[in-house]
Design a protein around this ligand. Structure first.
Ligand code: ATP
Ligand code: MG
Ligand code: FE
Length: 341
C-alpha cells in the first residue's frame, strides 16, 4: 500500500508518500525556523498561517516527485494532535478535503505515535514489544510499545521536556532558536567535567524525569561568569545523558522482556545521546535502534508510516474526527504533578 502523510503540529510543514515496504517515495519538509527565529520560539498563530500558505503546494510537489496522483494512494494520514491546535487543524482539514475528493480512507494519526513508530519505518527487523525513550520538544517519556495504539507509559517528566531543556539552555548561552542542534555543536568543543551541574532525580525510587533544576543551574553557571560557554554546554549535555541513562536503566530493570531499546523524537538526533544509549543497550544485550536523524525531528514520513500500520489493521477514521490539542499515548497513565501527558 501507499499512504500520503501530512504533518503540521508544530513548526514543520511536511508531506510524504511512503509504501508498506518502507520506501519513502517522496517527501518535502518546510521548516519555519526562519519565521520564528526573531521571536525566540514558535508563535502559534504565525505557525498556523505559514502552514496554510505552504501545505497545498508541498503536497502537490510530493505527488509530482513520485509521479503520482491521489488516485494512486491507498489512504491519507494526517497528524490530528497533540500539538498547536491551529496548525493541527490546517493539516487535518486538508487531509479530510483530499480524502473526500479522492474517496480515500482518512487516518487521524497521533503525532507521538508517529515518533514512536518511526524506528519501525527505519528498521524492518524491529518487532513489538520494545522499550522506547521518546525525547522531543514537548515530551520526555519512557514507553513500553506493545503494538500500534498500545503503549504503557513507564515514566514522564514532572516539569520540562528534554528538548525544552536543550532549547532553554541554548537560549541562555545565546545560541538562538532552535537551540538543540546548536548546543550539541558547541558541546563538542567543551569539557563536560568543568561545570558541576545537578542530575535531578538520579537514583530516585520514582521512575520520572525532571529537568527544570538542571536548566536553572545552567542559567546560574552562565551568570556566574566563571565558565566558558562550551564547557557549560558540554556539562549540560552530560548531565542530561546521565539522567537519561539512570532512568532508562531503572525502566529496563522493571519492564518485562523487550526486543530492543529504541529512541525517537527530535532530541534523538543528538549523537552523544545516541552513543550513550547504544552503550546501555549493549550492556543489557539488547539491539539499539534509532531512526536516521531526518526521521527523528518532525517529518511526514513517520505520519504516513503510522497510517500504514493502522491501515494494515483495517483501521481508519470518520471524516468528522476531531483535532486534539492534548492526546496522551497511554490514557491510563497516572497524572504526574506538573507534568504534560
Ligand atoms: P513533540 O514531538 O513533543 O510534540 P516537537 O514536535 O516540537 O515536540 P520534535 O520536532 O520532535 O519536537 O523535536 C524538536 C526538539 O528536538 C527541539 O527541542 C530541538 O531543540 C530538539 N533537538 C533537535 N536536534 C537536537 C540535537 N541534535 N540535540 C538536542 N536536541 C535536539
Ligand atoms: Mg521544529
Ligand atoms: Fe515532534
Amino acid at each position: 500500500s501507499i499512504v500520503l502523510g501530512i504533518e503540521s503540529s508544530c513548526d514543520e510543514t511536511a508531506a510524504a508518500l511512503v509504501t508498506s515496504d518502507r520506501v519513502i517515495l517522496a517527501q518535502h519538509i518546510a521548516s519555519q525556523d526562519e519565521v520564528h527565529r526573531p521571536f525566540g520560539g514558535v508563535v502559534p498563530e504565525i505557525a498556523a498561517r505559514a502552514h496554510v500558505e505552504r501545505l497545498a503546494p508541498l503536497i502537490a510537489a510530493t505527488l509530482a516527485d513520485a509521479g503520482m496522483s491521489l488516485d494512486d494512494v491507498d489512504a491519507i494520514a494526517a497528524t490530528a494532535g497533540p500539538g498547536l491546535i491551529g496548525g493541527v487543524m490546517v493539516g487535518l482539514v486538508t487531509a479530510k478535503a483530499l480524502a473526500m475528493a479522492a474517496d480515500k480512507p482518512l487516518i487521524a494519526v497521533n503525532h507521538l505515535e508517529g515518533h514512536a513508530l518511526s524506528p519501525r519505518l527505519a528498521e524492518a527487523s524491529l518487532e513489538y514489544p520494545y522499550l522506547l525513550l521518546l525525547v522531543s520538544g514537548g515530551h520526555c517519556q519512557i514507553l513500553l510499545v506493545e503494538d500500534v495504539g498500545k503503549f504503557r507509559r513507564l515514566a514522564t517528566t514532572i516539569d520540562d521536556a528534554l528538548g525544552e531543556a536543550f532549547d532553554k539552555s541554548a537560549k541562555v548561552l545565546g545560541l538562538g532558536y532552535p537551540g538543540g542542534p546548536a548546543l550539541e555543536r558547541l558541546a563538542l568543543q567543551g569539557d563536560a567535567k568543568k561545570v558541576p551541574l545537578p542530575r535531578p532525580l538520579k537514583g530516585s525510587q520514582e521512575p520520572h524525569f525532571s529537568f527544570a533544576g538542571l536548566k536553572s543551574a545552567v542559567l546560574r553557571a552562565k551568570q556566574s561568569g566563571e565558565h566558558e560557554d562550551a564547557d557549560i554546554a558540554a556539562s549540560f549535555q552530560q548531565a542530561a545523558i546521565d539522567c537519561l541513562l539512570d532512568r532508562s536503566k531503572r525502566a529496563l530493570a522493571k519492564v518485562g522482556p523487550v526486543n530492543a531499546l529504541v529512541v525517537a523524537g527530535g532530541v534523538a538526533a543528538n549523537k552523544a545521546i545516541r552513543a550513550a544509549l547504544e552503550g546501555l543497550a549493549a550492556q543489557h544485550g539488547l539491539p539499539f535502534i534509532a531512526p536516521p536523524l531526518t526521521l527523528c525531528t518532525d517529518n511526514a514520513a513517520m505520519i504516513a508510516w503510522a497510517g500504514l500500520e493502522r491501515l494494515a489493521r483495517g483501521q481508519s477514521d470518520p471524516l468528522d474526527v476531531a483535532a486534539r490539542p492534548r492526546w496522551p499515548l497511554d490514557p491510563e497513565a497516572e497524572t504526574v504533578r506538573g507534568a504534560g501527558v
